[in-house]
Design a protein around this ligand. Structure first.
Ligand code: SF4
Ligand code: SF4
Length: 285
């Protein structure tokens, strides 16, 4: 199936706006672990909290395919199958395995993945081969000093790397990965978490740089102050709006993100079918 940005604008609920915003997505929580340590990240397993990083449990790639079957039967407006956590999809093999299986059984469904980008250069070929149509990369800073205040460190090449050195590796891999993936014709969306006390004055630079590397759309996500960044404030509407207006000088800006759970299913902000499809989740120990 041929997909490009214009096609995604018509059929992907997160790209479409206004009247087109009636399409659905199913998030498949197949990715348990992560390879970086964002200070604001609080992953958890429950049935109630509505935010990224939360799921009822982890499912296997074959359970994920079964979940897509159930989801499209219940909600035929679902056009997208995505992996967005609760951990990092490239830190374990399950997300790519899931997409390979989905590609075989549902050749027309749009395949979407969210990554922190650390391993993007290593897995770019696999992402292309798995048929992923849309990739979201979370880039919170392109200045290593700022990034080091947001993320404590990374696990890279089997070693823990901390601080500025970790930030340099992460940023370099995110940008070269975005270039590689967008160069292959895959639409790249960049998410940036807006943290008033840390990166508010830097978001425009991020938008400009990721656009130069081939990203097509930019999503500014307001910080949920928690975990290691509970001392920060949630940005107010004025700050979010200002950041979006500034970023829009360089890249198309996405404005209606619902900050979905890692097992969200249905139509964002309207129909939720997740309780009907995730019946026997497995809570990791
Ligand atoms: Fe959490 Fe995602 Fe950051 Fe990993 S990349 S620490 S899962 S927010
Ligand atoms: Fe779309 Fe935002 Fe939900 Fe992701 S979190 S599926 S971008 S609305």
């Amino acid at each position: 199936m041929k997909t490009n940005f214009e096609y995604l604008m018509k059929l992907h609920p997160c790209f479409a706006a206004g009247a087109k915003n009636y399409k659905g997505r199913v998030h498949l929580p197949v990715s348990p672990g992560c390879n970086i340590f964002c200070k604001f990240c609080k992953r958890s397993f429950n049935d109630t909290v509505n935010r990224p990083g939360v799921a009822r449990g982890i499912i296997s790639p074959s359970e994920a395919v079964e979940t897509v079957r159930k989801a499209v039967a219940l909600c035929p407006d679902i056009t997208v199958a995505g992996v967005a956590g609760p951990g990092e999809p490239l830190a374990t093999p399950y997300a790519l395995e899931t997409f390979r299986l989905i590609k075989k059984e549902f050749p027309d469904i749009i395949k979407c993945m969210s990554t922190n980008g650390l391993l993007l250069p290593d897995y770019a070929e696999d992402i292309i081969e798995a048929g992923i149509d849309s990739l979201t990369v979370t880039v919170n800073a392109i200045n290593p000093d700022i990034q080091a205040r947001i993320c404590e460190g990374i696990v890279y090449g089997g070693k823990f790397v901390a601080g500025r050195e970790a930030a340099e590796i992460l940023i370099a891999n995110q940008l070269s990965g975005i270039k590689k993936i967008s160069g292959a014709g895959i639409t790249v969306k960049v998410n940036t978490v807006l943290i008033p006390e840390i990166n508010a004055g830097h978001v425009t630079d991020v938008s400009k740089t990721v656009a130069e590397h081939g990203a097509s759309i930019f999503n500014i996500i307001p910080l949920i102050p928690q975990h290691g960044l509970s001392w920060c404030s949630a940005p107010d509407c004025g700050l979010i709006s200002k950041a979006r207006t500034e970023a829009e000088k360089y890249i198309k800006v996405f404005r209606h993100c619902q900050r979905c759970r890692a097992d969200a299913a249905g139509i964002p902000g309207s129909r939720d079918i997740s309780r009907m499809i995730y019946i026997t989740p497995v809570i990791p120990e």
